[in-house]
Ligand binder design. Structure first.
Ligand code: 6PG
Length: 253
């Protein structure tokens, strides 16, 4: 059990259904992109794998939101990636290309895929961390927005229950996972030090199968080794949980 951190100020928004959640997430993406571009000329966002964020990505690729974002100022990273070739069915990059990147005028040099070819998982993690450091240099790597999902077991990104080595206590910002219970088993993932340095973190959680875990994560005892999503609490950032009614049904009002 980690020392319980100071509670992060966070917002919980319950949306009627997955479609409403995706719409709310897309609207917040647009708002944050415009704010970051106005504030410092760039919007650095880390996308997530999974089906829930994909619905948001499809909305961003279509009118009217597509026209509301200055894509020339957007820089796309991934909070985690499956260690598979880009064309693989499990590739988060491939899903992002199909649902968003192939449909918006973002410069290719602004897309930072996790390396998954010709390197070991550990080399991929080290190279990705280096590319993140270089992008933000000389400032510390502080994403304007990190989008996350949550599994029914409380995992987020590719931080799974019991994986104590992955939390970044060793200072690594990005690490490799080789035994993920959610296939594929080998993944590259941000760790808590990088996740918790973000200006904004937005969880997208839909479905009845996550209701019990969502209630535990949001209102239960603090135990990020058991519920990794609990370990995401940006020290100097804003945290928002977007849930649909099915995922929020066990939350006390
Ligand atoms: C992945 C994600 C993973 C995902 C959750 C929720 O690579 O699959 O990083 O953490 O966000 O498993 O997935 P859904 O949104 O599809 O339920």
């Amino acid at each position: 059990m980690s020392d319980v951190p100071e509670p992060t100020a966070y917002e919980i928004v319950v949306c009627a259904d997955p479609e409403a959640l995706a719409s709310e997430a897309a609207n917040r993406f647009v708002t944050l992109a415009r704010e970051a571009a106005a504030a410092h000329g760039r919007f650095r966002v880390a996308l997530s794998g999974g089906s829930t964020p994909a619905a948001m990505q499809r909305l961003l690729a279509a009118a009217p939101r597509k026209q509301q974002v200055d894509w020339q100022r957007v820089h796309i990273f991934w909070g985690d990636e499956r260690f598979v070739p880009p064309a693989h069915m499990h590739s988060t990059l491939r899903v992002a290309q199909e649902t968003l990147l192939n449909h918006v005028p973002i410069p290719p040099s602004h897309v930072y895929p996790v390396p998954t070819a010709g390197v070991s998982p550990d080399e991929a993690a080290a190279q990705y961390a280096q590319s993140i450091h270089e992008h933000f240099f000389p400032a510390a790597p502080r994403f304007d927005l990190i989008i996350l999902g949550m599994g029914p077991d409380g995992h987020t990104a590719s931080l799974f229950p019991g994986d104590e080595a992955l939390t970044g206590d060793d200072g690594r910002l990005v690490t490799a996972v080789t035994n993920a219970p959610k296939p594929p088993p080998t993944r590259i993932t941000f760790t808590y030090p990088l996740l918790n340095q973000a200006a904004h973190v937005m969880f997208l959680v839909a479905g009845e199968d996550k209701a019990q875990t969502a209630a535990q994560v949001l209102a239960g005892a603090y135990d990020p080794h058991r519920y990794p999503a609990q370990g995401v609490h940006p020290a100097n950032g804003r945290l928002v949980w977007l849930l649909d009614q099915a995922a929020a049904q066990d939350l006390q009002n």
